[in-house]
Design a protein around this ligand. Sequence first.
Ligand SMILES: C[S@@+](CC[C@H](N)C(=O)[O-])C[C@H]1O[C@@H](n2cnc3c(N)ncnc32)[C@H](O)[C@@H]1O
Ligand code: SF4
Length: 386
Amino acid sequence: MQKFNVPTPLGLYIHLPWCVRKCPYCDFNSHELRNALPETAYVDALIQDFEEHLPAIWGRRISTIFFGGGTPSLFSPAAIERILTEINARSAFHADIEITMEANPGTLDESRFTGFRQAGINRVSLGVQSLQDEKLKTLGRIHNREYALRAVDMLKKAGFDNFNLDFMHGLPNQSIDDALSDLREAIACEPTHLSWYQLTIEPNTFFHHHPPALPAEEVLWEIQEQGKALLTDAGFMQYEVSAYAKNNRVCAHNVNYWEFGDYLGIGAGAHSKLTHTDKQIMTRHWQVKNPRDYLHPDKKFVAEEKAISEHEAVFEFMLNALRLTHGVPLTLFAERTGLTLDSIQPQLKLAYEKKLLIDNPNILCPSELGHRFLNDLVAMFLGHAD
Ligand SMILES: C[S@@+](CC[C@H](N)C(=O)[O-])C[C@H]1O[C@@H](n2cnc3c(N)ncnc32)[C@H](O)[C@@H]1O
Ligand code: SF4
C-alpha cells in the first residue's frame, strides 16, 4: 500500500511538434512543416488540453514550464504569450518559476528573442549541436556555425542570462580534437548550462537505415574523459549523465523528472506522471501522438492512461534518480514512490555489497563503478517491491 505524505513538485511540459526539416538522427515526436504552421488551432488545443487536466492538479502550484519540441521557436512570441497567460489564468505559478523554451538557431532573429522574453520565457535552450559547418551539414541541420554564434549573441542581447546550449559528440568522423574544440567554443559562449549528448542511433531514423561512420569506442571514451575534464576545469559541474551547470544553475524542470517529481504534459504525444493524494495512487498518461489527430475536432487528447504499479514505481524512481551524479537523499524514495525503504532492502544491500552505491546511509548515489555500470545497477531494482 502506497502512502504519499509529502507534496510532490509539479512541472508542466508543453510539446510543440513541428520543425523546418527532420534531422536524420532524431526520433522525437517532431514533424517536418510542409504547410503553414497551424498556430492558432494548436494553441487553442493546448489550452483545452490543459483545462481538461485541471482537476488532476487542482490547488497545486506549477514550479517549472518547459516548451519542448520539435522547434518551439517556430511559434510566434504572441502565441507563446497567449499560452502562458491562459495557463496562468487557470493555475498558480511558483514565484521563482523557471520557464524554458527550446530554440533552434535557424529560426531566430533578435526581435523574436526579445518577444519570447517579454512573453515570460526566462531560460532558453539552444540546439547548437556543433560549431563545425561540416558536422552541422552531416547532421542535416538548417543552421551553420555563423547562425549559431549569432543566435547566442542575440539571446544575450535580449537579456537572457540563463541559457543552455545543446551539443552532441561522437559525431560521424569526429576526432577527439573536433569534439574538444566544439566544447571549448561552447564554453567561450558563456552559457550557464551545457547539455552534452553522445549521438545515439535510434530506430526509425534516417541514420538507422543509413548508418554513418561513427568514431571507434576508444575515441568515444577519450572524448568523454577529456571533455568532462575540460568542462570541470571551466567551472561546469556535472550533475547528470549529459548535463553540466555553472554556479549550480541546473535545469530545474529536468531535475524534477530525475527526482521523480510530477509533471503534466500537454501537446501532441506529451507524457504525464501524476500523484493523486486523494486516491493514494500515481498514474501515467500520454496524449495522441500525431499532430493531425491532436488537432482533430472529435479527438480525445489522452491516448492511454494507466496506474503506476508499486514495481514500476521502484524501477522508475531508480531509473531517474540514479542518473543524478550526486544522487538524492534516501528519504526521497519514500516521498516519491509512497513505499517504505524496507520494500527495497534486499536490492539495496546487494548494491552496497557490489560497491555500486556509495556507502552513505543518507544518500542514494551511484559510486564511480555504479555510474560506469548504471544499467546493471538500475536493473537490480526491476520487478522488486513487496
Ligand atoms: C528535443 S531535441 C530539441 C531541440 C531542438 N529541436 C533542436 O534540435 O535544436 C533536444 C536535444 O536532444 C539532442 N538529441 C536529439 N537526438 C539525439 C540523438 N539521437 N542522440 C543524441 N542526442 C540527441 C540534441 O542535442 C537536441 O538539441
Ligand atoms: S530540429 Fe530538433 S526536434 Fe527537430 S528534427 Fe532536428 S533534432 Fe529533432
